[in-house]
Write a protein that binds this ligand. Structure first.
Ligand SMILES: Nc1ncnc2c1ncn2[C@@H]1O[C@H](COP(=O)(O)OP(=O)(O)O)[C@@H](O)[C@H]1O
Ligand code: SF4
Ligand SMILES: [Mg+2]
Length: 378
């Protein structure tokens, strides 16, 4: 039994109280981009939890909304992006008492969000040059981050920076602290970015494709390092990747994303042994495996490609690509998450009661086409 948390004023009092077990509870989160071509629903009702000390893998093809989700949590979505609705409930101990803030409700430039972003919740990006300015030394940039989030002197910040650079495996940190980003190799820059992200002792680290730009050997070293530090620091981690192999190595829980929605969520063992959503099954079929016979060793790709973001397919957005599509149903009805076992959810009409559709309990997502009502303006 987990003690309920103390609510903060920024949280919606009508929502059920978050569990103290979870560092983050995201509820029905929507992030849209208003473009001339139409509204891009980059996140279209995303919900998930992440436990303290746990690693959640978020997987999906390119363009499914993974980075927008990370940016939404960090409160760095820039116009024309906006969050029309949803909650990001962040719970942590403050002076010994559990406190929850809904990050959606906080002013992105306000004092509270600035201390959470980069201090309590930090991020490692695919490309370290995004995080480091080329004109300052690596050391100065990490020291600045340390002093922004901790009350320490410049000398203490320098010592902490040297300690962190050593911890992430940078040789001679006392000397390399005064070098510039261009003096570092890609792998070393990525290590320095991890040092910066961890220097504030965060509660949650979001790693967005942290090793995609690196060679395979360096990838393995960086991932091993991230996992070791995640355990040592006792923090939660969201690992965003399009690579299911990485998820298998790193994560405990997995959420599979397709076009702005979580389509399946379960533990990593179940995901690989008993995937239930056709999209997950297709993703798994598309990864190469050792030991396949010659005839089957060819890589399979998922049929078709992710559709343009402002022309989202009706009903289940995966229906044009789904090998199990139920004709006349999947293009009309939007699947809701269904609990299939204690720790497995999938949003697929294969698992919902067909009678429900006939009774109209699942609302069609095609109201603009099938009714005479004017189309909803966004
Ligand atoms: N600044 C932006 N302006 C307009 N559309 C955007 C912007 N950022 C992301 N998107 C759109 O949101 C969708 C999700 O993007 P993203 O989160 O980057 O995908 P992923 O990280 O899964 O590859 C894409 O369709 C992308 O085109
Ligand atoms: S709802 Fe239909 S189209 Fe969507 S994943 Fe399930 S079977 Fe495929
Ligand atoms: Mg991305």
């Amino acid at each position: 039994m987990v003690a309920p948390t103390e609510s903060d004023a920024s949280r919606n009092p009508a929502s059920p109280p978050p569990s103290a077990e979870n560092v983050l509870e995201v509820r029905d989160l929507r992030t849209y981009f208003g473009l001339d071509e139409g509204t891009v629903r980059a996140l279209d009702g995303v919900s998930f939890d992440i436990k303290r000390d746990s690693v959640l893998g978020i997987v999906g093809e390119s363009g499914c909304g993974k980075s927008v989700l990370a940016r939404s949590i960090m409160s760095i979505v820039q116009p024309p992006g906006y969050i029309p609705s949803g909650e990001i409930n962040y719970t942590r101990p403050v002076n010994g008492v559990m406190q929850t803030d809904d990050l959606v409700q906080l002013d992105p430039d306000g004092e509270k969000m600035r201390s959470i972003r980069g201090g309590e919740i930090t991020m490692v990006f695919q490309e370290p040059m995004v995080s480091f300015s080329p004109v300052y030394t690596i050391g100065n940039q990490i020291m600045e981050a340390v002093m922004l989030h901790q009350k320490v002197s410049k000398a203490e910040a320098r010592n902490r920076t040297i300690e962190m650079l050593g911890l992430v495996g940078i040789p001679n940190p006392e000397r390399r602290i005064d070098e510039y980003p261009f003096n570092f190799s890609g792998g070393m820059r990525q290590r320095a970015m991890i040092a910066m992200a961890l220097s504030s002792n965060p509660k949650l680290l979001i790693a967005d494709e942290p090793t995609t730009a690196l060679d395979v050997t360096t990838q393995a070293q960086i991932l091993e390092l991230l996992l070791k530090l995640q355990e040592e620091f006792g923090m939660a981690m969201i690992l965003i990747t399009h690579n299911l192999g990485l998820v298998a190595q790193m994560a405990k829980e997995v959420a599979v994303m397709y076009l702005g929605k979580m389509v399946e969520q379960t533990d990593v063992g179940t995901l690989f042994s008993n995937p239930q959503h056709p999209y997950t099954q297709e993703l798994l079929r598309s990864i190469p495996r050792l030991g396949r016979t010659k005839q089957t060793s060819r890589l399979t790709a998922i049929k078709g490609s992710v559709p343009p973001p402002y022309s989202r397919p009706s009903g289940c957005a995966f229906h044009p690509r789904c090998p199990k599509v139920i004709s006349g149903v999947c293009e009309k009805f939007t699947p809701e998450p269904i609990q299939l076992s204690e720790n497995q959810f999938a949003s697929c009409l294969l698992y919902s009661d067909a009678e429900e559709h006939k009774m109209g309990e699942t609302l069609p997502d095609t109201t603009a086409i099938s009714s005479s009502e004017p189309e909803e303006k966004e």
